[in-house]
Write a protein of this length. Structure first.
Length: 222
């Protein structure tokens, strides 16, 4: 989509969450800025969501001085966009299509990451009739009603168990990102109606060949 994955048409913008003060690396109010107004230490860096898809999804932002206060700068991709690499099952150019322009068997499916939050995150792309690339990644589900207590974002609006109330200040949840970034934590919303965005417990790192994990959270295990 090229948009913030938590700001799709199904997602209701909410106030930025500063947590303990520094924020959570997510653009909750969908204004293409991350944690604006949250306090940070000048020069500090951290991982964040860029709002892009494909290999460009996870990025890094730097705390900058803005007059008398500090704030987080723009979230820039850690990887890409680059030219499409045929056969690696990745969206290298971050346009929402996997291996576009590459030869494939017409009608053959390919597992992919949609860029949507919640259980809509995983999907399937199908090789086009001409055999010169895969179509858009289509979610395996389009978001049924929310199911209280399962710690999932069932309706794919970026919130976990909303409308269900909170049993604790925070809860474990599934972020919607692939690989080791899948498991996260959501904080109870200020009004106590449920939990907010599921923020990954880890933002991943360099790929470790042969360990059976998707270490860099790009949707491919090496």
């Amino acid at each position: 989509s090229g948009l913030n994955p938590f700001c799709e048409p199904t997602t209701a913008p909410s106030a930025e969450s500063c947590g303990s003060g520094a924020g959570n690396g997510v653009d909750e109010n969908c204004n293409n800025q991350t944690d604006e107004g949250c306090v940070c230490i000048s020069g500090a860096t951290r991982q964040c969501l860029t709002g892009l898809v494909g290999t460009c999804t996870i990025g890094t932002e730097t705390c900058v001085q803005n007059g008398p206060k500090t704030e987080w700068g723009k979230c820039l991709p850690n990887v890409g966009p680059t030219s499409e690499v045929c056969g690696d099952k990745l969206d290298n150019d971050c346009n929402g299509f996997v291996d576009n322009g590459c030869q494939c068997n017409p009608g053959s499916p390919l597992s992919c990451w949609t860029g949507l939050p919640g259980i809509c995150a995983t999907g399937t792309a199908t090789c086009v009739v001409s055999g010169d690339g895969y179509g858009q990644c289509v979610p395996g589900t389009f978001g049924p009603p929310e199911v209280c207590g399962d710690k999932l974002d069932n309706n794919c609006n970026g919130l976990t168990d909303e409308g269900c109330g909170c049993l604790a200040p925070s809860t474990a949840c599934v972020s919607g990102l692939p690989g080791v970034c899948s498991q996260g934590t959501a904080q109870c919303l200020p009004n106590g109606s449920g939990y907010g965005f599921c923020v990954p417990n880890t933002w991943g790192g360099p790929e470790v060949p042969g360990n059976g994990l998707d270490d860099n959270c790009d949707g491919v295990t090496q």
